[in-house]
Design a protein around this ligand. Structure first.
Ligand code: AHR
Length: 495
């Protein structure tokens, strides 16, 4: 039935800043993420700078990513950092048992990661090993990285060529400790967390931001137990992991071959991230009403079957316009809950899961998801604006969702940013926007769309899905009318 599609943006009402760290990324030693993706080594024929692939590095630099999480994931809880320092030819090898059983030669270690983070201008976020490590091992790693004085670990760092401490802030105390990080109960992990966090020292003026390994999706008991047992003075962030699965864990369905009903199932599952924030957030509010402890969504994104013919342990999947919608919806939701969501990290950066970049030997493609992050840049560190949206329902098969999904913010220079996703695969939506409290003068906009909901960029056709300029709007003072094309994502900027 016909319905008015209306958005009221309260341009003069906002109190929460959308942390740029919501736009963070994650690079695990998994498949071709680090090796072949970020790192090819200085002797590679692929153009590189100090071993970092130039094409990938430039694409990441362009996104201005705020932080990068490393080295895992499940890999983090079997990683021993001392294997990855010193002369590369003396570094021991290990088996990456979680991810394809491949040999890890440790050529990409602490120095390589921290130097990469510096080159791309991102804050490093390191996850320490709780599952198979020790308190001493984690404590010494922090001393190695951050201590500016004379000590065994800082001397070793200097011997390995890094005089100054890196002074990193974000530190994760284990990963998925309910599963691959040690199969612990929440009670056991809460105790372990306190023990490890006690010896995760601050050096000099640098204060660590400590992140506790949080719940698997809807496991509210995990959050309850951690919040009850860990004093909030000991924990800055609490993570949650949530993957958008379309089928089951056994049959996650194809990343590229799907119909409209399946498409809507994916988007509906992506939108459940809001329920997670609200329900975990309610529990956290009981113990931390001032919202000091941030929800850290340090793994989120789509997880489909691997591309046919690729190593199942490498989690390599294509990325379509549907993935772009998952990104747009998720980021809109994170923005909305920025008071509690202090950081998020898409899984993962290159060649793994909902990657922003895919590589083959010497070429790269930017995925539709990459373009969403690029278009959403203005939301970073902007003031969250409240809005009211009513839009028509999209119903396919057994599923229903609102056709439009929106986020609104205000940049420091007063520009109002409106990101809009019209998930309806077939129907353009005429949206009436009321910019309440604004005497608007000009509008610019960018659109991401494609011929089909399962269109993607391939090495043969690299730019099937890419942003272009959008002009189908009409502004008159407080009123903005936008014709939002079917299956499109817009970033509209009003001055
Ligand atoms: O991102 C892939 C894996 O998913 C991570 O290693 C793990 O933390 C999660 O289960």
């Amino acid at each position: 039935k016909a319905q008015n599609n209306r958005l009221i943006v309260n341009t003069d009402q906002g109190k929460t800043t959308i942390s740029k760290h919501i736009y963070g990324h994650f690079a695990e030693h998994l498949g071709r993420n680090i090796y072949g993706g970020i790192w090819v080594g200085p002797d590679s024929e692929i153009p590189n700078e100090d071993g970092y692939r130039l094409d990938v590095m430039k694409a990441i630099q362009n996104l201005e990513i705020p932080n990068l999480r490393w080295p895992g994931g499940c890999f983090a809880d079997e990683y021993h950092w001392t294997d990855g320092i010193g002369d590369p030819k003396d570094r021991p090898m290990m088996v990456n048992t979680h991810w394809g059983g491949v040999v890890e030669d440790n050529s990409f270690g602490t120095h390589e990661f921290l130097n990469f983070a510096k080159k791309i201008g991102a804050e490093p976020y390191i996850t320490g090993n709780v599952g198979s490590g020790s308190v001493e091992e984690m404590s010494k790693w922090i001393e190695y990285i951050n201590f500016d004085g004379v000590s065994p670990m800082s001397n070793l760092r200097k011997k390995n060529g890094q005089e100054e401490p890196w002074n990193i802030k974000y530190w994760g105390v284990g990963n998925e400790n309910w599963g691959c990080g040690g199969n612990m109960t929440a009670e056991y992990y809460a105790n372990e967390y306190k023990r490890y966090a006690t010896y995760a020292r601050n050096y000099g003026a640098n204060k660590l931001y400590k992140i506790a390994g949080g719940a698997n999706s809807f496991d509210y008991n995990w959050t309850e137990v951690l919040m009850k047992n860990i004093p909030i003075s000991m924990m800055d962030g609490l993570s949650i992991h949530y993957y958008t699965i379309t089928g089951t864990w056994q049959n996650k369905t194809s990343a590229t071959d799907f119909d409209k009903a399946t498409y809507l199932v994916t988007l509906r599952n992506a939108a459940k991230i809001e329920e997670l924030i609200v329900r975990h957030g309610h529990i956290m509010d009981q113990y931390d009403p001032e919202k000091k402890v941030g929800i850290i969504f340090d793994e989120w994104g789509t997880w489909f079957d691997v591309e046919p013919g690729t190593n199942p342990g490498f989690l390599f999947q294509q990325n379509t316009l549907r993935d772009a919608f998952v990104a747009a919806i998720s980021l809109n939701i994170f923005n909305k809950h920025a008071e509690r969501v202090h950081m998020a990290n898409l899984a993962q950066t290159v060649n793994v899961l909902q990657a922003i970049i895919l590589t083959n030997d010497n070429e790269i493609i930017l995925t539709p998801t990459y373009h969403v992050f690029d278009m959403y840049k203005p939301h970073k560190d902007a003031l969250l604006l409240s809005h009211h949206l009513s839009s028509e329902e999209l119903s396919i098969g057994d599923d229903k969702m609102e056709s439009l999904n929106v986020s609104t913010s205000k940049s420091e220079d007063g520009t109002v940013n409106i990101s809009i996703a019209n998930i309806n695969p077939d129907k353009k939506i005429d949206l009436d926007v009321l910019l309440r409290g604004m005497d608007a003068k000009s509008v610019t906009a960018t659109i991401l769309t494609a011929p089909e909901i399962n269109s993607y960029n391939s090495f043969e056709k690299k730019e099937v899905v890419k942003p272009t300029e959008f002009k189908d709007f009409k502004l008159s003072k407080e009123s903005l009318k936008i014709s939002v094309p079917a299956k499109s994502i817009l970033m509209v900027r009003v001055k």
